[in-house]
Design a protein around this ligand. Structure first.
Ligand code: ADP
Ligand code: ZN
Length: 603
C-alpha cells in the first residue's frame, strides 16, 4: 500500500516523500479506516484525502464550506490530470447535470460538495447510486457551535455515517484546542476514528512583535524592506481603520485593497478574487477576511491592532506561508491596544463568565507580547506543546535585554496614586516628565512631588513602562472613567519596596531589517544560485499561462517550482522530474515550453 501511495504522490503530485504523518494517514484511510486529522494550516491536509481518493475505487466526496475556493481547488487538480468537479450554488442547472452524469458513469476521482448541497435528498439519493470511495470533511471545526466558523449544515453530516456505514470518513481541521476536537468526534460520530495530531508549529513563519510607535510608518518600512511586491494580509480591528490604512498604503504606491463586512458584497468578492489570483496584492482587512483564503504564497501577515486571543493570533498568522516557504508574522502593539481590548471586553453584552474568559485570553496574549523568551516556545506551550528555542523569532534573533524597572515602576505607580487613579497614560507621562501643559496646571499636578521625577527618560520608555505594568497586572484600565489607569492590589508590594520588577527592553543595535540581513536571516525564499533573469521570464510565462486558462498563477506552478527551475536549469524532461510539483501531467503539458525557455535564455 505504501508503495502505491508513494507512486501516486510522485507521479501525480510531483512530490518525492510524504510529510509528517501524511503517509500513515493515507495508508489508514486508503485501507478503509476513519480518521480525524489535526494539522496546522499549510501542513498538507489535502493530500491526506486526495491520495486515498486515487487509490480507492469510486469517487471521493469532499465536503467543504469554502464555495469560493472549490473552483480553484478543482482547477489545481485538473492541472495534475486528476478528474475532479464541484457541486455548489454557483453552477447552472446544465452544469449540475453534467457533473451528476460524470458521477454516475464513474468518470470522477473527486467531487467537492458544499455541505448544504450534500444534505439535500437529491444529492444523497445520487450518492446511493454510486459507491463513494471515501468522505472527506474539510474544515471539520465548522461543527463546533462555540467556534466562530460554526455552520449549522455541518451538524447534519452525521447522516453520512448512518447512510454509508462502510465508506471511510476523514475529518480535517487546523483548529488546535481539545474542546473542539471532542466536539468534532461527537457530532460527526467519529468515535471509532483514529486521531492524528500533528505538531502545530509552523517553522517557516517568523514571529515578530514590535513596540508600536508610528504604526503605519513601521508597517510601511516592514513591507518595503522585507516584502516588496509580495502578497500579504494586514489585519485591523475596525472597518474604518481598514479603509484608511488601505487608502494610505495605496497612496504609498503599494497594491493594497480593503476587505471588511461593511463593504458591498460584490466589491468585497472582487478584492478577494484579485488577492487570490493576482500576484503581490496586499489585503487590508478585519477578521472577516478569514476562512476563504487558500492562497499558498501569502508572504506576510501583519497586525496593526491586537487580536483578541492567542487562538485568534495563531489562526490569523497561520495564513502566511502555507507553501512552506519563509514567511513573516509581524505585529505592532502598544498601550492603546490593551486599553481598547479591555474596553471591548468590559462593554460586551456577554455574561460575567464570558467576560472573565475573554479577559483571561487577553492576558495570555499580552504574555506573548511581553515575553523576553522565544515567541514560538511561548505560543506552542499555550497549545500544550513543548519545544526548544526556535532561532526564527524576534526574541531569538535579537534578544531583548531585561532591566530592573523597580524604581521606574515606583515612579509610575506613585504618579497614578498621587493623581487619584483617574488619568490615562498620556497625562501621567506629562506629569512624570514635568511637562507644562494646560491640563497639568489646571489640576495642579505641577505641585505634586512626582512632577518631573521622570525627566531623565523619554516618552517612549514611559509608554513601555505603563504598558508592561498593565500587562503584569499591577495596573488596570478602568473603562468607567475613559481608560484611566488604576492601581491594583498587586502594585502595593512594589510601592512598598518589597518586590522588584523586571521589564524587557528592545535593544536597537541596528535598524529594523538591517539586523536580519546582517545575519543572513531575512524571511524570504532563498535565491542562492538562482538565475534571477530566468526566474523573471518564468514568472512572465506563468502569468500568461494563468491568464489564458483563467486560473490563479500558483495553480499552474508554485514559486518554489519556478525557483528550482531557475536554479537547476534542466535541459530535458528527465531533469524536470526532480523538481517539486512536476507530476507526469505537468511535465507532459508544460515540459517542452519550459525547457525551451531555459535553453533560449542560456543562448
Ligand atoms: P493545508 O490544507 O493543511 O493548509 P495544503 O494541503 O494546502 O495544506 O498543503 C500546503 C502546501 O504544502 C501545498 O502547497 C502543498 O503542495 C504542499 N505539500 C503538501 N504535502 C507535501 C509533500 N508531501 N511534499 C511537498 N509538498 C507538499
Ligand atoms: Zn524563537
Amino acid at each position: 500500500m505504501r508503495d502505491d501511495a508513494l507512486r501516486v504522490l510522485k507521479d501525480v503530485f510531483g512530490h518525492a516523500a510524504f510529510r509528517g504523518a501524511q503517509g500513515e494517514i493515507v495508508e489508514h484511510v486508503a485501507g478503509g479506516g476513519d480518521a480525524l486529522v489535526l494539522m496546522p494550516t499549510g501542513g498538507g491536509k489535502s493530500l491526506c484525502f486526495q491520495v486515498p481518493a486515487l487509490l480507492r475505487a469510486g469517487t471521493a466526496v469532499v465536503v467543504s464550506p469554502l464555495i469560493a475556493l472549490m473552483q480553484d481547488q478543482v482547477a489545481a487538480l485538473t492541472q495534475l490530470g486528476v478528474r475532479a468537479a464541484f457541486l455548489n450554488s454557483t453552477l447552472t442547472l446544465d452544469q449540475v447535470r453534467d457533473v451528476e452524469r460524470g458521477l454516475l458513469d464513474g468518470s470522477l476521482d473527486l467531487l467537492y460538495v458544499a455541505p448544504e448541497r450534500l444534505n439535500t435528498p437529491r444529492c444523497l439519493d445520487l450518492l446511493s447510486h454510486i459507491r463513494p470511495a471515501l468522505f472527506a470533511i474539510d474544515e471539520a471545526h465548522c461543527v463546533s457551535q462555540w467556534g466562530h466558523d460554526f455552520r449549522p449544515e455541518y451538524l447534519q453530516l452525521s447522516v453520512l455515517h448512518e447512510r454509508f456505514p462502510d465508506v471511510p470518513r476523514i475529518a480535517l481541521t487546523a483548529t488546535a484546542d481539545p474542546a473542539t476536537r471532542l466536539e468534532i468526534i461527537d457530532r460527526l460520530s467519529l468515535h471509532e476514528a483514529k486521531v492524528f495530531v500533528s505538531s502545530f508549529d509552523r517553522p517557516n513563519i517568523r514571529y515578530t512583535i514590535v513596540d508600536k510607535d508610528d504604526a503605519r510608518k513601521q508597517l510601511l518600512r516592514f513591507i518595503r524592506t522585507e516584502h516588496p511586491d509580495e502578497a500579504g494580509i494586514v489585519y485591523c480591528l475596525s472597518r474604518k481603520k481598514v479603509d484608511e490604512t488601505a487608502a494610505w498604503l495605496a497612496s504609498q504606491e503599494l497594491r493594497a485593497l480593503p476587505y471588511h463586512a461593511g463593504m458591498d458584497a460584490q466589491a468585497r468578492a472582487a478584492n478577494q478574487a484579485r488577492f487570490q489570483r493576482e500576484e503581490g496584492i496586499i489585503v487590508v482587512a478585519t477578521i472577516a477576511f478569514g476562512m476563504g483564503i487558500d492562497k499558498p504564497d501569502v508572504r506576510f501577515v501583519a497586525h496593526l491592532d491586537l487580536p483578541r486571543s492567542i487562538e485568534g493570533y495563531y489562526q490569523e498568522t497561520g495564513r502566511a506561508g502555507r507553501d512552506g516557504a519563509a514567511a513573516d508574522a509581524w505585529m505592532a502593539y502598544g498601550l492603546a491596544d490593551v486599553v481598547q481590548q479591555r474596553r471591548f471586553i468590559d462593554q460586551s453584552e456577554g455574561s460575567e463568565a464570558f467576560r472573565r474568559v475573554s479577559s483571561g485570553k487577553l492576558d495570555a496574549l499580552l504574555g506573548l507580547c511581553e515575553t523576553a523568551q522565544c515567541r514560538r516556545v511561548h505560543l506552542l506551550a499555550y497549545f500544550g506543546e513543548q519545544g526548544g528555542v526556535c532561532g526564527n523569532c524576534d526574541n531569538c534573533l535579537n534578544p531583548p535585554e531585561t532591566w530592573d524597572a523597580t524604581v521606574a515602576s515606583q515612579k509610575a505607580l506613585s504618579t497614578i496614586y498621587r493623581t487619584g487613579n483617574r488619568f490615562g497614560a498620556t497625562h501621567l507621562i506629562d506629569v512624570l516628565r514635568g511637562a507644562d501643559t494646560e491640563r497639568v496646571r489646571q489640576w495642579g499636578h505641577d505641585k505634586l512631588s512626582v512632577y518631573g521625577v521622570g525627566k531623565a527618560e523619554d516618552d517612549h520608555l514611559w509608554r513601555s513602562v505603563f504598558r508592561q505594568l498593565v500587562a503584569l497586572g499591577l495596573v488596570r484600565v478602568d473603562q468607567e472613567s475613559f481608560g484611566a489607569l488604576v492601581l491594583t492590589e498587586m502594585a502595593r508590594p512594589v510601592l512598598r519596596g518589597e518586590q522588584t520588577v523586571m521589564m524587557r527592553r528592545i535593544v536597537k543595535r541596528m535598524k529594523d531589517g538591517e539586523a536580519r540581513r546582517a545575519r543572513g536571516a531575512t524571511a524570504a525564499l532563498s535565491l542562492e544560485g538562482v538565475d534571477t533573469a530566468l526566474l523573471a521570464s518564468l514568472k512572465a510565462w506563468r502569468m500568461t499561462e494563468a491568464k489564458t486558462q483563467s486560473v490563479p498563477a500558483y495553480v499552474i506552478l508554485h514559486d518554489s517550482a519556478l525557483i528550482e527551475l531557475a536554479r537547476k536549469r534542466p535541459a530535458d524532461h528527465d531533469g524536470l522530474t526532480d523538481i517539486p510539483g512536476f507530476g507526469s501531467r505537468k511535465i507532459e503539458r508544460y515540459g517542452e515550453a519550459l525547457i525551451k525557455l531555459v535553453s533560449d535564455h542560456a543562448a
